[in-house]
Structure formats: C-alpha cells, structure tokens
Design a protein around this ligand. Structure first.
Ligand SMILES: NC(=O)c1ccc[n+]([C@@H]2O[C@H](COP(=O)([O-])OP(=O)(O)OC[C@H]3O[C@@H](n4cnc5c(N)ncnc54)[C@H](O)[C@@H]3O)[C@@H](O)[C@H]2O)c1
Ligand SMILES: O=C(O)C1=N[C@H](C(=O)O)CCC1
Length: 240
C-alpha cells in the first residue's frame, strides 16, 4: 500500500487484511524507499496528485500491477503512463476516480441522461482536508457528460451570465459547470442536476464513510492482473 498512513490508505490496509486470500506485504508513505515493494503482486496507490505518477511509474517499471485511487490524472499524465506501459505489456494499471459502487453507477447514469437535457451542472461536496478541486469524480463526470453532449450534437449549456466578479457561477470542466463545496462533516458527495423546460432530474450519491470505497478497491485488487494495460474507471471491471 502506497499512501498507507492516509485516510484512504489506512482503510485499504484494514480491508486487505480482512480479505480472504489477500496478504498485505508492505505499507509505504511519503519519504519511504519503495524498492521492490515487498515483492507485491499488486500495489494500491492513494497518495497526492503530484506524487502519484512517479509512484505508479516505479511499480510499472518493476512489473507490478497497480490500483490507483489518487486523483489529478489529467490527459498528459495518462499519455505518459500509456507510453511507459507499452514497454511492459503484461502489467495492468487501473485508475479510478471513485471506487464506491454507487458513484460509478451515478457517473454511468449521468452519461446516459446527458443527451436528453439542455442544461446540466455538477455539484461536488467533500471534507475540507481535500487538496484538489474539482474532485476527480466531478472531472470524470463532466468529461463523460461532455462526450455524450457532443455525440448528441448539443452545444454549450445555456448561461446568460455576463457579470460574475466573485466567481459565483463556479468553474468549468470540459465546458460543464462544476461547483466544489468543502464542508467539515462531509466525506464525499456529488449531485448532477439536469434541466429541461418544465422538468429537472437530480442524480445524487453520498459516501458517508470511507468503507464505501473498499468493495470496489478489493474487487480491483483481485482483477487488475487480468486487465493488462491502462484502464480508467472501475466500471470497466464491473461490466457497467
Ligand atoms: N478513487 C477513490 O475512490 C478515492 C476515494 C477517496 C480519496 N481519493 C483520492 O485519494 C487520494 C488520497 O486521499 P486521502 O483522503 O487518503 O488523503 P490523505 O492526505 O489522508 O493521504 C495521502 C497520503 O499520501 C501520503 N503521501 C504524500 N506524498 C507521498 C509520496 N510521495 N509517496 C507516498 N505517499 C505519499 C501522505 O503522507 C498521506 O499519508 C486523493 O487524491 C483523493 O482525492 C480517491
Ligand atoms: O476524499 C477525497 O479526496 C475523495 N476523492 C475522490 C475524488 O476526488 O473524486 C473520490 C471521493 C473522495
């Protein structure tokens, strides 16, 4: 486990220790020498966006499969990883912005709904110790929605705003409005609002506890070696 001392890392260590047929062979965090990672077959990586690419590269170069939950993997970082994986065709890497089954379904439902609505906005809500905004889940949701809208021939979301000195309209990801809330007491939550004349559809998912991510992480650990190359999104392992 890389990032073992973190909120997610410590929960993953617990889950792996409780899982039948899995052995936790090493815990690594900032400043630790990764070396051969204790001879691991699979590494789980939940660290920080700026450290994750180097950690994953270290594993790939040693032929170790990796399950990555760290966010911040933009297209440039993914492209570098694909290049690296080309030299290690047997290694599997899964990068998933959200391992909660409900969040994976919410993203799939949002992609499905996108073509039917003129307006859409994403609101993500997380604990205030989170360092990145928008969340990886919101960024991925926006990318999926943007792709579906483009395929459906939908243009920009309607928005007549011409004055917004304080940034009250929030940010944009792939052209989709995204609003990031940071609030003590929250864990990880997201709403996707779809609007059409006379109606509105709201999709909402809540992770109230980090245990919600563990079934997805354990499923990924068990499957990653059977999926060589780079996979983005747990839905690809779940047949969603
Ligand atoms: N995919 C998901 O389902 C999911 C769920 C929750 C969080 N996340 C993401 O996981 C990441 C971690 O979240 P968290 O809440 O556990 O954060 P955290 O701050 O609690 O933990 C991060 C850990 O990484 C360690 N770290 C920092 N630099 C490192 C390095 N170079 N090498 C190894 N370890 C290093 C830190 O010391 C810390 O222990 C974030 O990017 C977050 O967005 C993803
Ligand atoms: O707690 C976090 O940080 C989370 N990050 C992921 C994201 O950015 O989408 C998933 C949910 C929790």
């Amino acid at each position: 486990m890389i990032g073992a001392a973190g909120r997610m890392g410590s929960e993953v260590c617990r889950a792996v220790e409780e899982a039948d047929g899995l052995d936790l062979v090493g815990r690594y965090d900032a400043g630790d020498e990764l070396g051969d990672l204790g001879g691991a077959d699979v590494v789980v990586e939940f660290s920080v966006p700026d450290a994750s690419p180097a950690n994953v590269a270290h594993c790939v170069d040693r032929g170790i499969n990796v399950v990555v939950g760290t966010t911040g993997w933009d297209e440039a970082r993914l492209a570098d990883l694909r290049t690296r994986l080309a030299d290690h065709p047997d290694v599997g890497v899964l990068i998933a912005p959200n391992f909660a089954i409900g969040a994976v379904l919410m993203m799939a439902f949002a992609a499905k709904a996108a073509e039917f609505y003129e307006s859409v906005e994403v609101i993500e809500l997380h604990h205030p110790d989170k360092v990145d905004a928008p969340s990886g889940t919101a960024a991925r949701t926006a990318a999926l929605i943007a792709q579906a809208r483009e395929q459906a021939g939908l243009g920009d979301v309607p928005d007549a705003t011409t004055s917004d000195p304080g940034g009250a309209r929030g940010g944009r990801a792939d052209g989709i409005p995204v609003h990031s809330v940071r609030l003590r007491g929250l864990v990880a939550h997201q709403e996707v609002l779809f609007g059409q004349t006379g109606e509105m559809l709201t999709l909402r998912h809540d992770s109230f506890d980090r245990v919600s991510f563990m079934p997805g992480v354990i499923t990924a650990v068990r499957q990653v070696a059977d999926h060589p190359g780079l996979t983005v999104g747990l839905e690809n392992y779940l047949g969603i």
